[in-house]
Design a protein around this ligand. Structure first.
Ligand code: ZN
Ligand code: CU
Length: 479
């Protein structure tokens, strides 16, 4: 049976992603684009497959602006954790960690976040070809990571780069931008990136404006130094004249709970002079490497993976430490290399940042973890079901905008993130009354409820029976 190339999505309520009010409309999809939108019953559709959307919201497919899916799209191209949430585009290469340009047999932390066997792409175009060959269910655009560049250009990443090394990194970043990279990311919090000065980062970020590309940053500190780190990010982006995205904004550690009042005030003021946006995930716990230096016995920490002790993934570090009769820090040393989930934010800060109108939604999901943070499977339905419907943080139109139109605008993804004639047909149908995340910290790999159908580039990727065989995602470039 050949797959239909025309689809009529009939009887639904369209929320178009721009933030505009919903309206009852039928949507016709032809090939990879939205061909027509009209009042119910008025759109002609000879020979189209009919999809009954009555009682459902018809929205642009969600854009996950903060992912580490660079390798996941190759090794798990069905991308079930994402497509099951209604996500149709992911942005990889965040936090200074990108799969390209890098050739390395045994990745060093933090590149280990991308899983094994990832680093074999010297050029971005080689990776783009691999994506095309894998045929993932979702689109992917890539940021180029500063740690990746540093590990490739420097024999020792515990210091600032020399002028020569900066030149080499500029050359490689420039080639990737020519190949369509959508931006450059730092993860200044990580050891491999921390020694980089503002001068070094700005020397790379200044390549971005000519390519219409963005600078994203996992800042040096999200703990006590969060306000200083914001200032550093503003200065870097200001000097490079590049648009700035603050990644997974948070105020981490009990010392800093409540400080989002100040950080958002700072961001709001800086937005008057800078092209500045931010992303956030809807949970009060973060997840990254399990670094012994980062363990705070004041907060709960869970183990998400461990090479020497895989059997402890999903357990609390405190319980493991008690069993072993040692400190949590020493337990972390024994578990390494490992990943952790840190219950380090305050719910009020999470809600304040989510509700801030310029905030976009990004999952920061870690697809290779044995026991992942539930954000990998639950982020978008959680915003729609828990924070919009149950908590009333924002209207449904606003919630959808934060995960579609706003994201496409900030990341310069043309014809994505909106439902309008001529735009790419990335579309999700969901039930606003039942959509909810099912993934929990204990059972993190449960698909969300309430996502009825998902279309990617005009082909149906998800439906009543779950994933279809259509995998129509593309590598997104800036041109
Ligand atoms: Zn990060
Ligand atoms: Cu991240």
């Amino acid at each position: 049976m050949t797959e239909p190339t025309r689809h009529l999505i009939r009887g639904g309520t369209v929320i178009d992603g721009t933030g505009a009010d919903r309206l009852a409309a039928d949507v016709l999809v032809e090939d990879d684009r939205v061909a027509a939108i009209g009042p119910p019953g008025t759109v002609k559709a000879d020979g189209a497959a009919i999809h009954d959307a009555s009682g459902l919201i018809v929205a642009p497919g969600f854009i996950d602006v903060h992912t580490h899916d660079d390798n996941a799209v190759l090794v798990g191209p069905d991308m079930t954790p994402k497509i099951s949430q209604g996500v149709t585009t992911v942005i990889g290469g965040n936090c200074g960690i990108s799969i390209a340009p890098c050739v390395m047999a045994e990745p060093r932390a933090p590149l280990t976040l991308l899983g094994g066997g990832a680093f074999r792409f010297e050029r971005l175009r080689d990776y783009a070809e691999a994506v095309a060959a894998a045929g993932p269910a979702v689109n992917i655009g890539l940021l180029i990571g500063h740690s990746t560049l540093r590990l490739g250009a420097m024999d020792d990443t515990t210091r600032a780069a020399t002028a020569r090394e900066i030149d080499l990194m500029r050359e490689r970043l420039g080639a990737c931008l020519d190949d369509g990279a959508i931006g450059f990311s730092t993860g200044l919090y990580y050891k491999t990136n921390f020694p980089a000065t503002i001068d070094e980062v700005a020397a790379l970020a200044e390549l971005l404006p000519d390519h219409g590309a963005v600078y994203t940053t996992h800042m040096r500190s999200e703990h006590d130094g969060v306000l200083d780190s914001l200032e550093e990010a503003y200065e870097t982006a200001g000097r490079a004249k590049a648009p700035l995205v603050i990644s997974h904004h948070k105020c981490a550690g009990p010392n800093n709970w409540g400080r989002s009042v100040q950080t958002l005030k700072s961001i709001e003021a800086a937005r008057q002079r800078l092209d500045l946006s931010l992303d956030v995930y809807p949970y009060a716990a973060g997840s990254t490497l399990l670094e012994p230096d980062w363990i705070d016995p004041e907060i709960r920490t869970m183990v998400s993976w461990s090479v020497p002790h895989p059997e402890h993934a999903g357990r609390d570090l405190a319980d493991i430490a008690a069993e072993w009769g040692c400190s949590q820090r020493d337990a972390a040393v024994r578990l390494n290399p490992a990943g952790g989930i840190y219950f380090q934010m305050h719910e009020e800060d999470v809600q304040r940042i989510l509700a801030y109108p310029p905030s976009m939604i990004g999952s920061d999901g870690l697809p290779h973890d044995r026991h992942p943070h539930p954000r990998l499977w639950g982020t978008f339905p959680r915003v729609l079901g828990h924070y919009c419907r149950e908590k009333g943080l924002f209207s449904l139109e606003e919630a959808v905008h934060k995960m579609t139109g706003l994201s496409a605008t900030n990341f310069r993804l043309p014809d994505r993130g909106v439902i309008r004639e001529g735009a790419f047909a990335d579309i999700v149908l969901f039930d606003a009354d039942t959509v909810i995340d099912m993934a929990t910290f204990e059972e993190p790999e449960r698909p969300a409820a309430g996502i009825a159908a998902v279309f990617v580039n005009g082909r149906q990727a998800w439906g009543k029976e779950g994933a279809t065989t259509a995998r129509a995602g593309r590598f997104l470039t800036r041109h």
